[in-house]
Design a protein around this ligand. Sequence first.
Ligand code: AMP
Ligand code: GLY
Length: 412
Amino acid sequence: MSTFDILLLGGGGREHALARCFVADPAVGDLHIAPGNPGMAALGTRHDIDAADPDAVVALATDLGVGLVVIGPEAPLVAGVADALRKAGIDCFGPSREAAVLEGSKAFAKEVMAAAGVPTAQSRVCDTIEQATAAIDEFGPTHVVKNDALAGGKGVVVTDDRQEAIAHASTCGRVVIESFLDGPEVSLFVICDGERGIPLLPAQDFKRVGDGDAGPNTGGMGAYAPLPWAPESLVEEVMERVVAPTLAEMHRRGTSFIGLLYVGLAMTSRSGMQVIEFNVRFGDPETQAVLALLETPLAGVLRAAARGELDTVAPLRWRDAHAVVVVEAAQGYPYAPLTGCPITVPTDDEHAWTLQAGTTETDGRLVSCAGRVLGIVGVGPDLEDARATAYAKLAEVGFEDGFHRDDIGIPH
Ligand code: AMP
Ligand code: GLY
């Protein structure tokens, strides 16, 4: 079999999970990572470039002669790295700068959803605090206030406190005020080639910082997949009512979507499945759980998507198992995480392993450098077993200044 080399951009738990897939993939020759993290050093060659600098990425990809660039985080997408790579004739899994606005602007996402007839919360786009206050009062509690601009998953405040809602709105420029969607949330990731999409397994994220969904929103404190409670028709329904019309609308606008469409959904009691948000990249930490279950080698699927050839890809195969990922975060997260604290990581085994995110090496020691530090993945025959396996491995982590939720993997 002929192989190709990959350049993977990013350095979080999501990229660590992707890197694990690529090294196990017989189609992949060498794996290059920029910038990666210490946990990924054993999986590929790390390159110290700015992954959000289009010229630097094109120069590195050209130099290395890679057959595919996979973009993990949103920052390089918004900076136009995918555009620069395509212009240079390099296959790239990740949307263009214009298509990435689906995540970069909540107002744009709402406009596309409206044009495509996608079920979603009612919303008002507001440019002044007077408009925002009026919209907050129009919808009433629970209030949902979203910074229109990219905020790393932290620009959204959901609160019953009107003053807090108004205060958040006043710290943003343009804001989107939405009606509240109740019900459990689902993250569905879809690999897209501009025209077609292939869904991964649905997952559930734990966004709030504390047990029982207490405290502020974070980037995600843990996740599990698949969802034993979800209706069997859910994925098909999302593909039909959300993904197909969205891809068609993006294509119609001349901004075809090539990359990972992250559909964030609420399963509401009154009106069924509704879209909460789109992101344009693999979600983190959900990806750490979802990819733990993927049997099909991933690289060829992503390259087929980059080339507009998903029609040539066979249906994905999944392990008949469940996966849970628990995030170990640094004290102070999500506001002001403590950094520079020493960490020891347990040995991986077949059923449980550690993915690194906010880690770096100082004087030869592994230390924390960001809010979400580790993701501990457990796989088992059922959700309860996967959960116990993840927490058992987590108990072996040495990180005095860390904390985690104890209820990850309990459906909510
Ligand atoms: P977003 O960045 O749009 O995903 O929002 C972050 C989190 O805020 C979501 O995962 C939900 O938990 C919550 N959220 C966002 N929009 C709504 C809504 N309309 N109703 C209820 N919760 C929401
Ligand atoms: N886990 C949520 C996100 O990736 O945005």
